[in-house]
Design a protein around this ligand. Structure first.
Ligand code: AMP
Length: 815
């Protein structure tokens, strides 16, 4: 390539089109398999907007280091980048508002890109839909590029990206030139430094694809200083009478010419060079015989121009050129090389200095033909595999759709015909596959049979083998404990002889970075008072914490005398917890430590230095909202006005907490009255972030691994498609509202068995008006049911209200 024309060099480099292979896209971390690096391809058709790269920023100690890396396999001139978020057909809202770019030519030396004013952060997406394109000014020459979202750790970000440019055929990987000098022209400071070369990059203004104007005092880049476009030298400051420059290339090349863009404003003492003398190096030493070139001196035109220096087809991997002054100043804005591949020179033997004998040539040709044949075979195999894989994917997707539709159709018929005779007993007598395996809490079910229809699930059970999968389930059932660790089955996969691990306490660097406020509390200062309850991780105890006030942030206005111990709730990880449960517990700590809102339960401190791991939260003296409402005596509930007002305040507090979570793009995944706690003055706060740690780990085998799901609170798309989003949290909020209004006297859809609940979600999927909604509670105002609850259960997730809207609606008292 002779020169890169920035305006033309804007081709998509293959994230969208698939030319960049999956194995060339990698990342520092990912939330789950379904948000792995290979899904980080920009999607111009926008499709269903699903699949993107989402780093595990919430878990990582330093989200700022997360990156999506693209290997372009060869040097490219990159002029433009495009980014897009993830909307998952209206159900997702993750995008990178800001990001940085790092690049490398060799994969080990990384340079942070910065614009011409030194700014590194690029403004990214404003929503999850639109593609935002950003010109890289200056462009970069690189093989490896990293996109690094800039977040405050609290937001989930997802990215899909594309790079635009063209292949960098010059092969130039770095140059070294004398530092540019400063001119004072009629009292004006004119700087001729190489401003986009920060040293680390090795390339700069001479390869940025931008050429200087005739008048060097001006720049076509707005807002830059006089002389910005040029790198220049003063004759007096270089006593040898020339400026020496060394250009290093990626490999040995056969050079035809070099083009140098020079200023020639001789009225101001600037002229193009008088002579260029170039030396060549293929190995360690410079060759003795240079090429010398003398351009015709132009004493008429002051226009800046390219001068072509003939390099005489010399072979080299480095060129050293001495440009001799013909006036006081010499200014360059661009240098480019034209070279051919070495192989052709050797084969054609047209250069007398590099002739090889005939037999060598034949061997070389033989080798090349063999290599090409092998490469062709590999390419054919890869292509064949890809086509085959795509066909399989399509076929299985079609199969899934058909099967899902067919199954739902059959089930619906059965469901409709049984519907009139449904009773609460029908659930227990039906031969349900959705057995309750959560003995202490019947709100969580295993929707396994339907989900098993999905290919991912089929694969994973095949992999496990029927006996392993049954054994895993049996373990969950028989040990009677409410196992909640999603990876129990996965750990069984890994270790068939033992389902639990004993793990030594690790002093994790858990609170590096933004979590510095979360501190280790000396566990000997905790005095047990009583057991408050039991959750998936272990028991929750009421304790007195001596000296806890010293551990609290200023913004935590917990009551209590500084000297008297504070009452706190201490959640302890069960002793026999396996590795995954332990990691999940630590992740819940990380998540909670980053949440600060009056309607979210506060994590106060932790004990993670030794086992058992504990998290210390504020004590909510009225327990969980479900029990609280359940225990409300009838006469307490009889005062209708007071009850209405309390309900309204409760709804407002929950929606306020959820509004906060949604502002962080944070999906709770398990909103229900059982996961809200009631404190002093009946303040309600959202708790239990056990499920949210698995955001987007919607892989079905994992759900099967977990084997417990709160199906009566889950949206249809969460159950059938494994999609958990803010909109599915809104659905759960509708159910929670229903629980509050009915004072938790009944389970949602109590007349339906678990299987029928899942069949009903199929009706939402089919959308033929046969879906059953939770009924309007007796004392519930029409406006609350019609305008709020039903809107939370809209089939189309995009049409469900946001938490912001719900909160406003409740607080305006329009319901
Ligand atoms: P969890 O493990 O979070 O599901 O908690 C189990 C039970 O312990 C809850 O249902 C509550 O009854 C009780 N509990 C948990 N955290 C607190 C708290 N901060 N204050 C009072 N009770 C709590």
């Amino acid at each position: 390539m002779l020169l890169v024309f920035v305006e033309l060099c804007r081709y998509p480099l293959g994230m969208t089109g698939g030319q960049i292979q999956d194995e060339d896209i990698s990342a520092s971390s990912q939330w789950s398999e379904s948000t792995a690096a290979r899904f980080g391809r920009l999607d111009l058709d926008n499709g269903d907007g699903d699949g993107a790269w989402c780093p595990d920023i919430m878990s990582g100690p330093d989200g700022l280091k997360e990156y999506l890396q693209v290997d372009l396999r060869s040097l490219h001139f990159i002029t433009l980048v495009g980014t897009q978020g993830r909307h998952a057909d209206g159900m997702g809202n993750e995008f990178a508002q800001r990001y940085r770019i790092k690049y490398s030519r060799d994969g080990s030396n990384w340079v942070g890109w910065q614009d011409r004013k030194g700014r590194q952060v690029i403004e990214g997406n404003k929503n999850a839909y639109d593609v935002v394109l950003k010109d890289l000014e200056p462009p970069i020459i690189a093989r490896f590029v990293r996109f690094m979202p800039v977040t405050d750790h609290s937001m989930i970000v997802c990215m899909r990206v594309e790079l635009y440019g063209c292949e960098w055929l010059d092969g130039l990987i770095s140059y070294s030139i004398p530092d540019g000098h400063q001119m004072i022209y009629r009292g004006l400071d004119v700087y001729f430094n190489d401003s986009v070369n920060d040293g680390a990059s090795g390339l700069g203004q001479l390869t940025d694809g931008t050429w200087g104007l005739d008048d060097f005092l001006h720049s076509h880049i707005y807002g830059m200083w006089p002389g910005y476009d040029y790198v220049g030298w003063n004759n007096k400051s270089l006593p040898k009478g020339y400026a020496e420059m060394i250009f290093e290339f990626d490999h040995v090349r056969n050079f035809t010419s070099m083009k140098v863009h020079c200023n020639n404003m001789f009225s101001r003492g600037v002229r193009m060079f008088r002579q260029a003398t170039c030396y060549f190096r293929s190995g360690s030493d410079w060759e003795a015989d240079p090429v010398t070139f003398r351009p015709t001196v132009d004493r008429v035109s002051q226009g800046a121009r390219f001068i072509t220096v003939s390099l005489g087809d010399r072979t080299a991997s480095a060129i050293k050129c001495r440009f001799h002054f013909s006036d006081l100043w010499m200014l360059f804005s661009e240098v480019a090389f034209q070279s051919g591949k070495m192989v052709s020179t050797l084969l054609l033997g047209d250069d007398p200095t590099h002739k090889v004998d005939e037999s060598n040539t034949r061997i070389l040709i033989g080798c090349l033909v063999a290599i090409i044949a092998i490469l062709m075979t590999i390419i054919v195999i890869i292509l064949w595999r890809q086509v085959w894989q795509k066909m399989l994917e399509k076929a299985s997707r079609r199969l899934l759709d058909d099967e899902l539709t067919a199954r739902l159709a059959v089930q619906t018929q059965a469901f409709s015909s049984n519907h009139s005779s449904l009773s609460s007993e029908s659930g227990s007598t039906s031969n349900s596959t959705y057995e309750r395996i959560f003995p202490l809490c019947s709100d969580y079910q295993e929707p396994s049979r339907l989900i098993r229809k999905l290919p991912e699930f089929a694969q994973s059970t095949e992999h496990l083998g029927p006996s392993t999968s049954c054994r895993a389930l049996a373990t969950s059932v028989s040990d009677g404990a409410p196992h909640y660790a999603e990876a129990d089955i996965i750990s069984l996969q890994e270790s068939s002889d033992s389902s639990t691990y004993s793990i030594a306490a690790v002093n994790m660097n858990l609170f590096a970075g933004t979590d510095s406020s979360m501190r280790e509390f000396p566990r000997e200062k905790l005095t047990f008072k009583e057991k408050l309850g039991e959750g998936q991780f272990g028991e929750v105890h009421l304790c007195e914490a001596e000296g806890m006030q010293d551990f609290l942030d200023e913004d935590l206005s917990l009551e209590g005398n500084r000297d008297s111990p504070l009452l706190v709730a201490v959640k302890t990880l069960r002793e026999d917890a396996n590795k995954n449960a332990r990691n999940d517990f630590l992740k819940e700590i990380r998540i909670m430590s980053r949440l600060r809102d009056p309607n979210i339960v506060h994590l106060l401190a932790v004990c993670v230095d030794t086992d058992p791991l504990c998290m210390i939260t504020e004590y909510m003296e009225n327990g969980d909202l479900n029990q609280f409402l359940c225990n409300l005596k009838l006469n307490e509930a009889a005062d209708e006005d007071r009850k209405d007002q309390e309900e309204n305040e409760g709804e407002s507090m929950i929606s306020s907490g959820m509004k906060y979570l949604s502002s962080l793009n944070f999906v709770h995944r398990d909103l229900a009255t059982r996961n809200c706690l009631v404190g002093k003055n009946y303040t309600i706060k959202i708790a239990d972030f056990g499920m949210s740690r698995n955001l987007y780990r919607g892989d079905y085998y994992r759900i099967q691994g977990r084997a417990v799901l709160p199906i009566r609170w889950m949206s249809w798309e969460s159950i059938l498609l494994g999609k958990f989003t803010m909109a599915s949290d809104v659905w759960a909020f509708g159910v929670t509202l229903w629980e509050i209004v009915t004072l938790c006297k009944k389970q949602p859809y109590s007349q339906l068995s678990d299987e029928q609940v899942i069949e009903n979600t199929g009706e939402f999927f089919r959308d033929q008006g046969k879906q059953v909604y939770l009924p309007k509670p007796l004392c519930c105002p029409d406006s609350v049911y019609n305008d709020l609850m039903l809107s939370c259960w809209r089939r189309n997730a995009k049409q469900r209200p946001s938490f912001q809207e719900i909160h406003t609606q409740i607080n305006q008292g329009t319901l």
